[in-house]
Every structure is written in structure tokens, then in C-alpha cells.
Ligand binder design. Structure first.
Ligand SMILES: C[S@@+](CC[C@H](N)C(=O)[O-])C[C@H]1O[C@@H](n2cnc3c(N)ncnc32)[C@H](O)[C@@H]1O
Length: 274
């Protein structure tokens, strides 16, 4: 059975008209709808000539569909196709390349020049084959994308300089503290919980009083402690990069395996990206 998904009702009618009265008619089901919004049915093979503005969301929608399909043959704008297949060290190697290649094997099948269309569009096209990896690598994809997003924000900088940025350090420190706090709260005994609950029954103003009574010296000590915490955290992050010899490396040259290794080193040190 062939299923066609088409958003434009005129195209739906045209498809149905063309197949009516042919032996293929009862093997074609046309669904009118937006492919990005509808639930995809089970499929084995996908063949698509798509509007190029949905290239990225469609690719990831297909790749997250379960059970995984066997193969997709899709025409994309040439540059998008080149990004999909780009390898470390190539100009177009980017977050899209790393993320799609983690989930699928991608190969370039065919160049389709703009003059093959009437009227010719502004861009050239390419047909690409996408085969989901089976099994998928055992990785938390949210975490993975969090790491890749940071690394490719400035793909030609060294990882050392990316991970020294204040915004990056504070994001990671926030994640680190949140996860530690969650861990702690899971580890607490029921007795501890009771104490916390009882404390919550106390007079809310007590906290205010404590805050008002802190003198300047105490405030300074707290600021010093916070600064020491920050610098210790920075050293922890840089220590992880040094451990894998990644501090001077640039994302534009790193492979899939390198990124998986970096993620595992960070995770082992309790650092998470989502
Ligand atoms: C590049 S044309 C290809 C038309 C035809 N399939 C062909 O190969 O000649 C893209 C088609 O996708 C349809 N389309 C655009 N956005 C869509 C969406 N989000 N979901 C489903 N179909 C969509 C358009 O109406 C159009 O018919």
C-alpha cells in the first residue's frame, strides 16, 4: 500500500484523479494533512519531494518515528543535503550533520540542477538516502543535542574557550546543582522529609529576620565562597576536557565518536547538558 500525505486539497484531488481507473487505485491511500502535524502511519520506505522550508523538522520527525523505517529517499536543497553528509573538517560540517549522522546513515544519490525545473528555481537540489541506524547508539538525545549545540555555537573555537564562557559555565553549573539537589532529595530518609515539612510550618518571617541580621562581613564571606565555588566548577569542567585531551580541539574537526566520548566523560563527572 502506498500512502501519500499532501496538505493542498487541490493536489489531493489531482492525485486521486490521476490514479482513478488504473490498477494502482486500490493500492494508494491519500491523506490530506500537514505532514509535520499529523501522526505518521507505519511505513517502510519514504519517497518525498518536499518544500525545502520543512527539510529539518521533517527529517527529525521521520527519524524519531517508531518503529524506525527502512529507508527514505528525499530531495533537498543542495546545501542542506551537503550539510547532512558533511564530515569533520569540511566547511559545511555542523550540528545538523552530527545529529543526523548519529541517528542515520546518509548518502548522496543524485544532483538535480535547477534547470531541470520549469521555471528554474534559485537553488540546486540533491537526492539523498537516509537509513536509520539499528540499533540507535545508547545515548540520551536531549543531552547529546545540548552538548552539540554548545560545541557548534562557535565551531571553530577550541572547546577550552567555548567551555570557559561565563554563560556556558553558569548553565552547566545550574544543571549540576539542580541534579545534585534532586539526587539529595531522593536520598533523604523519611525522617529528613518530616523535618523539612515541619520547618515549612514555621513562621515565614523567621527567614527574613535571619537575612536582615547578616552583617557585611558575613555577606563578603558568602560572596567569596560563591566565587570560589565558581572557580572550582570551572576547573572541574576544564579538568574533564584535559582528561580526554580535548581542551585545544575544535568542534569542526571532531568526529561522532569524539563527541560520544566527551559526553561520557562529562556525565561521569556529574555534568549534564539538559
Ligand atoms: C515540491 S512540491 C512536490 C509536488 C509533487 N509531489 C511532485 O513531486 O511533483 C511539494 C508538495 O508538498 C506539499 N506540501 C507542502 N507543505 C506540506 C506539508 N507540511 N505537509 C504535506 N504536504 C505539504 C505541497 O502542497 C506540494 O504539493
Amino acid at each position: 500500500m502506498v500512502i501519500a500525505i499532501e496538505v493542498d486539497p487541490r493536489m489531493v484531488l489531482e492525485l486521486q484523479r490521476r490514479f482513478q481507473g488504473t490498477p494502482f487505485n486500490n493500492r494508494l491511500k491519500v491523506i490530506q494533512g500537514d505532514i509535520l502535524k499529523c501522526d505518521l502511519p507505519y511505513f517502510d520506505i519514504c519517497v518525498a519531494n518536499i518544500p525545502y522550508q520543512i527539510s529539518s523538522p521533517l527529517t527529525f520527525k521521520l527519524l524519531s518515528h517508531r518503529p524506525a523505517f527502512r529507508c527514505a529517499i528525499i530531495m533537498f536543497q543542495r546545501e542542506f543535503a551537503m550539510r547532512l553528509i558533511a564530515q569533520p573538517g569540511q566547511n559545511l560540517y555542523c550540528r545538523l550533520s552530527v545529529n543526523t549522522q548519529l541517528l542515520a546513515r546518509i548518502s548522496h544519490l543524485l544532483k538535480v540542477g535547477k534547470n531541470n525545473f520549469r521555471p528554474p528555481p534559485k537553488v540546486d537540489s540533491s537526492v539523498v538516502r537516509i537509513e536509520p541506524r539499528k540499533p540507535l547508539p545508547p545515548v540520551n538525545f536531549k543531552e547529546w543535542d545540548g552538548l552539540i549545540r554548545l560545541c557548534f555555537n562557535r565551531k571553530n573555537k577550541t572547546l577550552g574557550s567555548i567551555f570557559r564562557q561565563k554563560s556556558v559555565l553558569s548553565l552547566l553549573e545550574k544543571n549540576y546543582k539542580t541534579l545534585n539537589a534532586l539526587q539529595l532529595s531522593q536520598d533523604t530518609t523519611s525522617q529528613d522529609t518530616e523535618i523539612v515539612e515541619l520547618a515549612a510550618l514555621g513562621d515565614g518571617d523567621a527567614e527574613m529576620e535571619i537575612e536582615d541580621e547578616r552583617d557585611d562581613d558575613e555577606m563578603e564571606v558568602e560572596e567569596d565562597n560563591a566565587a570560589a565555588d565558581k572557580s572550582a566548577f570551572k576547573e572541574k569542567i576544564l579538568g574533564v576536557l584535559k582528561q580526554g585531551d580535548f581542551e585545544e580541539k575544535r568542534s569542526s574537526k571532531l568526529t561522532q565518536v569524539d563527541f560520544l566520548y566527551i559526553l561520557s566523560l562529562f556525565n561521569k563527572a556529574g555534568i549534564h547538558f539538559s
